[in-house]
Design a protein around this ligand. Structure first.
Ligand code: FE2
Length: 380
């Protein structure tokens, strides 16, 4: 499978234009509309933000490799199953890809050309990936209905990690959080809403810096599924560059699997999650993705073994989940629902499949998150 340059497939949105220009300038309005359209058409975009540095990403990736290279008994001390793993570590083979038992998701796979389908998840085995959740949200000043989604952070105990851990997590997490929250403003403007619509709705969201780790010594064989086909339950997901390729995304209207290769420099990948799908009444749909070991992953493993023989062979995905506040009433915004209906009717007229009709029932964001966690086996 040839690697395509993702910038050729996905629109590149320049956050610098938004940050430096007045909100009513034609250049800003155009860039915001481009961001909203990118999410409507593809469910994903590439974001350029000159504040994000490759060095910060590298420092973060080094810390994560050191952390996940510890013995399992040490990692287990950071597990919080009683909090549905929403802070601290989740060890491998815990989380299951929901799609394997979700009828409408399986129909999405069936509608793809066989060559464009994800690796087979029908066994419903849990993913062989570990993850750490570092909360980056502000605690709500009111009594929340969902305290387990707003629990305090876990700091690893080992001396060689504990001192630098909070500094590096906050440094990289803040870069990602600022970038994604600014993009949320751009998308709101581009959809014809006031700029702070989503920022306010996510003001007390349990945002998470959420690196995942895959042991490439154990799971480095071709066609191994590291994270099975799924979409994310939060509002927007942002990824920094990984040292190993393997992330594939499916852009909503293309039916094509796109191998992601984030450009070097100040580029990030953003995907829409289910909270954004819900609040837009399906105008923007959550983007599907998987992480697998492919030829490019194998080539990167060989290069890394040669260049850094003393470093752990662990694939870190530099991911941040931006959430709406748990107590926020998740209700589709009427003009966006109407646009979604029109878009769906147009697609039906052109014979383009667009997944099952979904009813976006009003609910608290915390309830939506709980429902999703039950499906992926993180909550009893
Ligand atoms: Fe994901």
């Amino acid at each position: 499978m040839a690697v395509r340059d993702i910038s050729k497939d996905l629109p590149v949105i320049d956050l610098d234009i938004f940050r430096t220009g007045p909100l009513d300038s034609p250049a800003v309005i155009q860039e915001c509309e481009k961001a909203a359209t990118a999410l409507i058409i593809y469910g994903a975009l590439v974001l350029h933000d000159s504040r994000v540095s490759d060095d910060d990403n590298s420092t973060f990736l080094d810390l994560m490799e050191d952390y996940f290279n510890q013995p399992e008994a040490e990692l287990k001390k950071d597990e919080r199953p009683e909090l549905s793993y929403q802070v601290g570590v989740t060890l491998e083979n815990t989380e299951k890809p929901k799609c394997a038992v979700d009828e409408s998701c399986l129909r999405i796979i069936e509608a793809l050309e066989p060559a464009e389908r994800p690796l087979d998840i029908s066994g419903h085995s849990p993913d062989p990936k570990c993850r750490f959740f570092w909360k980056m949200g502000e605690n709500p000043p009111y009594k929340t209905e969902f305290p387990s989604l707003n629990a305090p952070n876990v700091i690893p105990q080992a001396d060689f990690l504990s001192k630098r851990w909070p500094i590096i997590m906050e440094q990289w997490g803040t870069c990602m959080k600022n970038a994604v929250a600014d993009l949320a403003d751009m998308v709101a403007l581009g959809l014809g809403l006031s700029a702070d619509t989503f920022r306010q709705a996510g003001r007390f969201g349990p945002h998470l810096l959420a690196p995942t780790a895959s042991d490439l010594v154990k799971y480095g064989q071709a066609d191994t599924i590291l994270a099975g086909f799924h979409s994310d339950l939060n509002f927007l997901t942002i990824h920094g560059r990984s040292r190993y390729p393997g992330l594939n995304i499916w852009a909503r209207n293309t039916g094509k699997r796109i191998p992601v290769r984030i450009l070097e420099g100040n580029y990030l990948l953003v995907q829409a999650g289910k909270q954004l799908e819900h609040i837009t009444g399906g105008l923007i749909k959550a983007g599907y993705h998987e992480v697998v070991v492919n030829e490019q992953t194998l080539a990167a493993i060989e290069r890394r073994k040669h260049s850094f023989p003393d470093r752990p062979l662990i694939r870190i995905s530099s991911t941040f989940f931006w959430h709406l506040s748990s107590d926020y009433d998740l209700v589709p915004i009427p003009p966006l629902s109407e646009k979604a209906r029109v878009l769906r009717a147009e697609k039906a007229k052109d014979g383009i499949p667009d997944g099952d009709v979904v009813e976006y029932r009003p609910m608290k964001v915390g309830e939506q998150v709980r429902n999703e966690l039950k499906h992926i086996a993180l909550m009893a």
